[in-house]
Structures are given as C-alpha cells and as structure tokens.
Design a protein around this ligand. Structure first.
Ligand code: KIV
Ligand code: ZN
Length: 382
C-alpha cells in the first residue's frame, strides 16, 4: 500500500468562495481540526494578499502540531519574502510558488515568452529555496498547457530544487483520461522526476475534479490538493472526503491516505456552519441524504442487510447510522422498523392496518416523523 499525501486548501482556495470569508478565530479552529483529521499539508493562506491572511498563516504556523504548513505566493520575490516571514514559526513549512504556463496565461496574463516564464519559475523556486527546503511549484492552468512545454517547466524547476510539482487543472477543463495521461507523460518524460512528488489540483467546473484527481494518482501523482465539502472558486475544488473514501473503498488501487475518516462528517459540518455554506443534501459522503433510504425496495434491503444498498459504513465517516426515511414510497418493512424503534411491536395484522392509515397521511405529508407515528398507530384502534 502506498500513501497519497492530502494537501488541504480549505483555508486558501476554499476560502476564495465569494462571501465566505472566515474570521481569524474560526480559521484557527478549522486548522486545528484539519491537523487532527490527519492532513499532511495545510495550506493556510496567501500571506501577501492581506494583513489578515498574513496573520492567519502566522497564527496557524504557531498552532499546528503535525501537518506541514504551506503559504501561497506568485512567482514574485516580495510574495516569497512575506510568505517565508509568515511561516517562520511552523514546525515544518512549505512555500507554494508558481506561474501560469498555458498559452493564454503566458500571452494575456504575463505577456511573456515561454522562455521568460521558465526563467521566472526558476527564479521563484530558487528564491523560495533560500528560505525553506520544501518548495512546491504550481504550473497554473497546467490542464490546458501542452505536455511538452509543461515537461520543460517541470524539469527546470526540479533542477532549481522544487520538491513538489503541482499540476493544476485550474479551469476544470480536463477529462479524467486526459489528466491521467498528463501525469503519466510527466512521469515518463521529465528528467529528475524521481526527486519530486507530482500533485493533483483539480477544479470542478465540469463536475470532474474528484475523477481527475483519482486518475492523477492512478498515473503516478502522490499528492491530492482538496478542500472540505469541495468548496472553492466557482464550482469548487476536489472534495477531500470523496478522494479519501474512494481510495479507502477501493483497496485494489493499493493507495491510501492518513486521514482519520471518522472525523469527516464533523469537520464537514464545522466548515459548512462557519462559512454559512450549506452542504447539498445529496453530496457524496457528508450530505444529509448520503446514508438515508426512502424507497420501499431499498429500505427493505437495508433493514435486512445494510450492505445491500450501502458501500460505506456510515460510522466510518462519523455518521451515527443509516436512516430510514418514511414517505409515501416506503413499505411495510420500513414502517415496522421505525415503529419498533419508538416502542411499538406490530404483528402482521396490526401492521397491515397501520400501513393503510400511514399511506393516507404520507400522501399529504412529505415525510412522516417519529412524532407522527404514535398518532397514526392510535388512529387505527389496534
Ligand atoms: O487552481 C489553481 O491553479 C490554483 C493555484 C494557485 C495553485 O489554485
Ligand atoms: Zn485552485
């Protein structure tokens, strides 16, 4: 089994969600929970972007016990100086620097030639190296960068001392096969690649961030950059809980993370509440309906054997138990199960009678709760 490092960027890329800015106390609380969750790297912010972000990175650096603390910079000397200052109290730190490498970034953002981009990338990594041993380089918009040029950039920054190569699909454009092939190409064509870790950083514009990250690690990447609940710019980033559980549920991939999965639901709630950003009910792993069953056929199966309709044990991600939701689509098995939970053992005849009454009420109500059940049972005079 090989380990995939989890690089959490909830407090940097995740916090770029419009209107979801966190205050410094909340950031510290989330950082502490992420550290306990077992993330390998915690990207705490973009220190030069504001005094608040600088302070957050500084405070998180002092607080975090296990994870490596990382600060983002552009390929700009001053950014790197400020990040190094903010990170100086961290037990283990990383500077994350980089520059756009796609045609459109080079032409429209930087008005620079490919050679000038490589020069700036190398200068940034060299400068960051004068402060810290661990330097991660990001080739922004790598998803739309030609593989051949991307390989040249990677080779140059490895020579300058980059320890991690982040290959962001910044615009969420790649298909999983394409993103996986990009990682494979870099593994096979970059001289010195064995000295660096390839990292997946995928955005979710086409809903492919998780699939792309998994394709990346299947083709040699050993770090995934992700956020709790998949929050982030536009349609968000790769969701941490999804990649962690995919690797855990598929032992044949031979890849795992150090994440304490029982903490996933709790931290999902914490991030959602702190950012006032509700988790969609059908969100994989941590959504309110992720372990809820409402159709009669499924409920009957789950009551007989949970595994018939669940591939994850809810307790493995910190959810107490699967729930059987009573609606007009439920069957007798679900009704008997829920009635028993609140103290009513119904025999077959009683259940038939209660079920008829239940259907009448359920047709008028979206969901039947524990508070409704006694009234329904008593109305049948059994
Ligand atoms: O999406 C992206 O390209 C980024 C980089 C700054 C790492 O977030
Ligand atoms: Zn990003």
């Amino acid at each position: 089994m090989e380990y995939v490092e989890i690089f959490d960027t909830t407090l940097r890329d995740g916090e770029q969600v419009p209107g979801c800015k966190l205050d410094s106390v909340t950031k510290l609380m989330i950082a502490e929970q992420l550290d306990q969750l077992g993330v390998d790297v915690l990207e705490a912010g973009f220190p030069i972007s504001s005094p608040g972000d600088f302070k957050a990175v500084e405070d998180i650096s002092k607080l975090v016990k296990n994870a490596r603390v990382c600060g983002l910079t552009r390929a700009v000397k001053k950014d790197i100086d400020v990040a190094a200052e903010a990170l100086k109290s961290a037990k283990r730190s990383r500077i994350h620097t980089g520059i756009g490498t796609s045609e459109s970034h080079m032409r429209y953002k930087f008005n620079a030639s490919p050679e000038q981009i490589i020069e700036r990338a190398v200068a940034a990594v060299t400068h960051a190296k004068s402060y810290v041993e661990d330097v991660e380089f990001y080739a922004e918009d790598a998803g739309r960068t030609e593989n051949e040029f991307l390989a040249k950039v990677c080779e140059a920054v490895i020579k300058a001392g980059a320890t991690v190569l982040n290959i962001p699909d910044t615009t969420g454009y790649c298909l999983p096969e394409e993103y996986g092939a990009k990682m494979k190409y870099l593994k096979e064509n970059v001289t010195g690649i064995h000295k660096a870790t390839l990292s997946c950083h995928c955005h979710n514009d086409l809903g492919l961030a998780t699939a792309n990250s998994i394709a990346g690690v299947q083709h040699g990447a050993r770090q995934i950059e992700c956020t709790i609940n998949g929050i982030g710019e536009r349609a968000g980033n790769t969701s941490l809980e999804e990649v962690v559980m995919i690797l855990r549920q598929h032992p044949t991939l031979n890849l795992d993370t150090r994440i304490q999965s029982k903490q996933l639901f709790g931290i999902s709630q914490l991030v959602s509440e702190s950012m006032a950003m509700p988790v969609q009910p059908n969100k994989a792993i941590v959504g309110a309906n992720a372990f809820a069953h409402s159709s009669g056929i499924h409920q009957d199966g789950v009551i007989k054997k949970r595994e018939t309709y669940e591939i994850i044990n809810p307790t493995d991600v910190g959810v107490n138990q699967s729930s059987i939701i009573l609606t007009a689509r439920s069957g007798r098995a679900a009704l008997a199960y829920r009635a028993k939970n609140i103290g009513y053992e119904l025999d077959k005849l009683q259940l038939d009678k209660v079920y008829q009454q239940f259907l009448i009420v359920a047709d008028q109500q979206k969901e039947i709760g524990d508070e409704d059940l006694p009234k329904i049972i008593e109305a049948t005079n059994i």
